[in-house]
Design a protein around this ligand. Structure first.
Ligand code: MN
Length: 260
């Protein structure tokens, strides 16, 4: 299967020049999928029925970075350091994630997406590392640094899917987050941590591909072959899922001519 279709939920914001409302996400997520041979589709928030119509056509789901998930979804009140909620986005992403988990659709979570996957499975977060972390912690919130700035290293569990994909048990990563995983969601396994104990990678064992990382491989893949391997493996898993489904219900792929 060529070009598996991979959904990337986006968010509401406004244009810098005229403040008109737009749906958006960083280009690097879509580019990383394209570089790996996938076809990204940006998904706006909306009603469950509308989302279901898009979801039915997806071969994989990429949960991107972004603002803080509303702590109400893990049964907590927000502390002052927690960012204001984006209710529509939270609801859309949680609905898509739960559907994908139920169907075995491949999921790659990144930063907020890593946290959202944990919440979708019943886990919780530290709402703010500087406020709530017990003990010493590294500098994880590197706002102001270039996006491929190596902030700290991560240790990856030998024998994990992540270690097998990346081909290493240690690598340097960027870091743009002020929250971290606290209680793990049902069935999840911690597969990467930083030196201070912050969870930097999780996966759902016995699934073809339900994996998430706290760092931003999409901002490193242009120059870092190790980050590229993660997107290559994800797109391969999406292609394999699409192949299996195509056997049950074929969907024709009509060519589109190049515009000269
Ligand atoms: Mn970090």
């Amino acid at each position: 299967m060529q070009f598996p279709v991979i959904g990337i939920p986006c968010y509401s914001t406004e244009r810098g020049d005229n403040q008109r409302p737009i749906y958006a996400n960083n280009q690097t997520y879509a580019q990383a999928i394209i570089h790996a041979g996938g076809a990204p589709v940006l998904i706006p928030p909306g009603s469950p029925d509308m989302l279901a119509a898009i979801y039915a056509r997806l071969d994989g789901l990429l949960l991107s970075g972004g603002g803080d998930v509303n702590p109400a979804f893990y049964g907590e009140d927000p502390i002052p350091a927690c960012q204001p909620p984006e209710q529509e986005r939270d609801e859309a992403e949680l609905a898509l994630t739960r559907a994908a988990l139920a169907d075995g659709l491949p999921i790659l979570g990144i930063c907020r997406g890593h946290q959202l996957l944990n919440i979708a499975l019943g886990g919780s977060l530290y709402q703010d590392i500087p406020t709530q972390w017990q003990g010493k912690f590294l500098r994880h919130d590197c706002a102001g640094e270039v996006r491929d700035h190596i902030a700290h290293s991560i240790q990856i569990a030998p024998g994990s899917q992540l270690a097998s994909i990346l081909g290493t048990t240690e690598t340097g990563v960027n870091s743009f987050h002020h929250q971290a995983l606290k209680a793990l969601g049902a069935g999840l396994r911690t597969v990467a941590t930083s030196e201070d104990g912050v969870i930097e990678g999780i996966e759902l064992p016995d699934r073809p591909f339900v994996l998430a990382v706290q760092y931003h491989p999409e901002a490193m893949e242009a120059t870092d072959p190790i980050s590229r391997r993660l997107f290559a493996a994800f797109v391969r898993a999406c292609a394999a899922h699409a192949e299996q489904r195509a056997i049950a219900a074929p969907r024709p792929n009509k060519p589109i001519a190049t515009v000269q």
